[in-house]
Design a binder for this molecule. Structure first.
Ligand code: ADQ
Length: 485
């Protein structure tokens, strides 16, 4: 524990640091830029208004030549890098996190692999994150642990520092017990999570799945969204599990989308696409959970059936490169690229590709422009904790136009009732929804979009952080409120 009066009052522990490496300055020192994504946006104000520290992996192996291992201050935050060796990146990150837990927690869309060495790396790396957090947290601090890579950290941290208030948020689904039960280390994972005071999930169903797993595996009886576990002082401790659906910085997306530069860029993109009648858009990390293949299949069949015309319609599919060293992701990329090639081979003409496939990452401005070009936004995940793309699309549509087709297997579907909900496995149903979206008139678009926008603006990421922290520790939560209003 730090000496009295020292240490940080709020500590975030996440797989990745809040910054990404941005080369080296002229003196050979590492340069950093803020990581994209909502988590940093949501938590930065809390970190700056309190004494805040962020513990995370800087993104390259600790034995790499340009590895960073010393804590440093950046943008009003204290950043604490956790080093991973190349073997640990393989066993903990690519292996147990992305080869075991990710598919297990996403309805076993591909088969999870269970390897004891991966598990050992997961334990060892979780211990390192917990030790780093224990070292920087002030007496009685709030520590907020993020996501499935770090499920053992809450209990490890509590053992070292019983004085802390510990929260945990799971960004991905928590599976039904019948699936979770496959995990050879299911008890250890549940016990790891139960080290927290408050566990946040995306949907109420995820919290219920977790509480059911506690009952089935640990014989703990849930009452009022909580279970009681033995405490270090010999008494009992309550652990609450509730839904806190994550969101986006809606005001920032709205402002960006309204800017003259982004509007101009949207006009230019539409012109570059040949000014088609209908632009259909998909934006995803290239991941097998996102149902990209299902969506391309439905689109291709609509062209085959003559229900969509190749000279009037374009599908733009942006697929961000992701986890490229994991075998399943390499296979997926090959599948999708083959499928795109087939559709373009069958329906393209000289100078016109009916599917525009982009395997790139883009800046925020380009994304905002793309959202404004999209008459129809397709989100067809087979399983998705939340899906922020759906919310970003809505926030970008200040013109109240466009139609959102949204898989019922996303967390976002619980909130976005006025989207066109689909079961992506039902290709005929998906095709009908795409046609309905393409022909939807402006009045209906406006009616639906208004309701969607209301939801996203009232439940933004600032509110998410405030609600979670207020439930964990009202004194800290109140402070977030002050920043966000
Ligand atoms: P992801 O699976 O990564 O997140 P998602 O919620 O859609 O999924 O977030 C992706 C983010 O990356 C969005 O902000 C999106 O705009 C951005 N993005 C995607 N492709 C991009 C590209 N080509 N260029 C630039 N940006 C791009 C996990 C869970 C989700 C959960 C989030 C947050 O799987 O279910 O919603 O965490 O909790």
């Amino acid at each position: 524990m730090p000496a009295e009066g020292e240490g940080y009052d709020v500590v975030v522990v996440a797989n990745r640091l809040a910054v990404d490496r941005d080369g080296t300055d002229k003196d050979g020192h590492p340069r950093w830029k803020r990581s994209p994504g909502g988590l940093v946006t949501a938590l930065e104000p809390v970190m700056q208004s309190q004494e805040g520290a962020w513990v995370g992996w800087p993104g390259s192996p600790g034995d790499a030549e340009d590895a960073v291992s010393e804590p440093f201050d950046w943008g009003g935050m204290h950043l604490v890098p956790v080093s991973l060796s190349a073997e640990e990146v393989q066993g903990f990150y690519e292996g147990f996190s992305n080869g075991t837990l990710w598919p297990l927690y996403h309805d076993v869309i591909v088969a999870p692999e269970y390897h004891r060495q991966w598990w050992e790396d997961y334990v060892a790396v979780n211990e390192r994150f917990a030790a780093a957090a224990a070292e920087v947290a002030a007496e009685g601090a709030v520590v907020w642990v993020q996501d499935y890579q770090l499920q053992l950290v809450p209990a490890m941290l509590r053992a070292a520092r019983p004085d802390l208030s510990i929260g945990f948020f799971n960004h991905i689904p928590f599976p039904p017990y019948e699936i979770f039960a496959q995990l050879p280390w299911r008890r250890q994972v549940l016990e790891g999570l139960l080290g927290a005071d408050l566990l946040g999930f995306q949907r109420p169903g995820d919290a219920q799945n977790f509480l059911r797993a506690c009952r089935r595996s640990l014989q703990l009886v849930p009452r009022q969204q909580a279970v009681e576990v033995p405490a270090a002082d010999g008494g009992r401790r309550r652990v609450t599990a509730r839904a806190f659906p994550i969101s986006i910085d809606a005001a920032a997306m709205d402002e960006l989308a309204r800017s003259p530069e982004v509007r101009e860029r949207a006009r230019q993109i539409r012109a570059d696409l040949g000014d088609p009648d209908t632009v259909v858009l998909g934006v995803d990390r290239l991941d097998y959970t996102k149902g990209i293949g299902h969506r391309i299949k439905a689109f291709a069949e609509l062209l085959d059936d003559g229900l969509l015309r190749a000279d009037e319609t374009i599908l733009v599919q942006v697929a961000t490169p992701s986890r490229e060293r994991v075998e399943q992701y390499r296979l997926l990329r090959e599948d999708i690229e083959l499928q795109v090639g087939r559709v373009n081979g069958a329906h393209g003409t000289l100078g016109h590709q009916v599917v525009q496939y982009l395997h790139h990452s883009y800046g925020r401005e380009e994304m905002a422009a793309l959202f404004q070009v999209a008459d129809v936004m397709l989100v067809t995940s087979l399983r998705d904790g939340m899906n922020l793309v759906a919310k970003e699309y809505v926030a970008a549509r200040h013109d109240e136009r466009g139609a959102l087709v949204l898989s019922e297997f996303t967390g976002a579907a619980d909130e976005l009732g006025q989207a066109l909900h689909v079961n992506p496995h039902d290709i005929d149903g998906l095709k009908s929804a795409v046609v309905q979206a393409v022909v939807m008139g402006p009045r209906e678009q406006r009616r639906r979009m208004r309701s969607l926008r209301r939801r996203v603006f009232e439940h933004d990421v600032q509110r998410w952080a405030r609600d979670f922290l207020a439930a964990l520790r009202p004194d800290v939560g109140a402070d977030v409120g002050a920043e966000a209003v």
